[in-house]
Design a protein around this ligand. Structure first.
Ligand code: BGC
Length: 225
């Protein structure tokens, strides 16, 4: 190889390596994946056999900015997901010994929240397919966001020895996205009132900022199996 050619190939190699390093640095962390299995559970707060095939993800990352109580005392949980032609279903098992719905703001009460980005655009603001769905430990339903419709959320809650169970059914705005191998954007959150009448901790599945209710950028990904 002539000197000029060697120099050329070396500089091409160097610039490729440099370019790769640069993109690696700038890239956000890959979104974690949760898997929803196909099926239609009965939404009654009882854990029926349909859930057996589903694998759980954990909601246990603290949101530092909202942490008032010790992290070891924060409510955490496990969530399983299912899907059918019109709905996404979520089964929440929350460990929380001290249950309260005294706070006037629903997100300050002991409650669970599922954030859904149906078209997985991961946009920095809510679009018409994006919504936040909430159910407290008593089964009271709230939510918001461009895509939120009260009638699209059904749920049942039940107290257990160690906390509470919530079973949610969310009717999609765009049911045509519900196909095997489809990817949806999703975040999961547990709000914990330690008995003070105000939120003392928040646990999440993926992103530990408190902007999931208005920004879908950092949602994880839900894959339909
Ligand atoms: C957030 C709150 C926010 C609320 C709006 C919750 O997920 O943690 O800070 O005010 O959503 O619905």
């Amino acid at each position: 190889m002539s000197r000029a050619l060697t120099f050329l190939s070396l500089s091409i190699l160097a610039s490729t390596v440099f370019a790769q390093d640069e993109t690696k640095k700038g890239e956000p962390k890959a979104a974690p994946l949760a898997i929803a299995t196909k099926g239609t559970p009965k939404v009654d707060g009882k854990i029926d056999d349909a859930w057996k095939a589903a694998t759980a993800v954990e909601v246990k990352k603290a949101v530092a900015d909202l942490q008032v109580i010790e992290e070891t005392k924060m409510a955490t949980g496990k969530v399983k997901l299912m899907w059918d032609a019109s709905h996404i279903y979520a089964l929440w098992e929350v460990a929380d010994k001290n249950l309260s719905a005294d706070a006037s703001d629903a997100w300050e009460q002991d409650s669970v929240e599922l954030f859904l980005d149906e078209n997985n655009k991961k946009s920095p603001y809510y679009q018409s397919d994006d919504a936040q769905y909430r159910c407290n430990f008593k089964g009271e339903l709230t939510g918001q966001g461009e895509g939120f419709k009260q009638e699209s959320l059904k749920a049942a809650a039940r107290k257990t020895k160690t906390g509470y169970v919530v079973e949610m059914a969310i009717k999609l705005n765009n049911p045509e996205v519900l196909k095997a191998d489809a990817l949806l954007g999703m975040e999961l959150q547990i709000n914990d009132d330690p008995g003070t009448g105000a939120r003392g901790a928040v646990a999440k599945w993926n992103h530990t900022g408190d902007e999931s209710w208005e920004d879908t950028t950092n949602f994880g990904t839900l894959k339909l199996k």
